[in-house]
Design a protein around this ligand. Structure first.
Ligand SMILES: [Zn+2]
Length: 151
């Protein structure tokens, strides 16, 4: 029983589980924040311009069934907005030198056709030396600053 308890403790309080839970909680709170921005600010702008509080009143009626494409539009807008806010936040944090970001994206290794990080100099699958891909200016700076720290 004691072994089981310590195993459970390692599982529940171990790094991964805790990190995931924390990420999930913060993510949920953050999503609520963005949803509030969308619902309480932007959609009110939509209301001011088009005279409707949101798109949810938009629908087709086909054979008595209601196709509520307006509600979908609202959700889609929320999703795009969340992505945009996250994107902006990452850009800002990169600019301020906060956080530990990797260069975004991946590319194909020319030898084994597996995908490797965009700034990799060696393929992790076939260990071939590969040319670094062209990077955004901010990624180049990021890597340069990191290399300096490592020296
Ligand atoms: Zn390879």
């Amino acid at each position: 029983m004691k072994a089981l308890w310590s195993e459970f403790k390692a599982f529940a309080l171990g790094g991964n589980m805790f990190d995931l839970a924390l990420g999930f909680i913060i993510g949920t709170a953050f999503a609520a924040l963005v949803e509030s921005l969308a619902g309480n600010v932007l959609m009110q702008l939509v209301a001011a311009i088009f005279g409707k509080p949101d798109f949810s009143s938009l629908m087709f009626t086909v054979n008595g069934a209601e196709l509520k494409y307006g509600a979908f539009l609202t959700e889609l807008l929320n999703f795009l907005l969340l992505g945009l806010v996250l994107f902006g936040l990452v850009k800002l944090m990169k600019k301020a030198g906060l956080g530990n970001f990797r260069a975004q994206g991946s590319r194909e290794c020319p030898y084994c056709k597996e995908f490797v990080p965009i700034d990799a100099l060696k393929c992790k699958w076939c260990t071939a030396d590969i040319e670094p891909a062209l990077l955004d200016e901010e990624d180049t700076e990021l890597i340069a600053s990191r290399t300096k720290v490592a020296e």
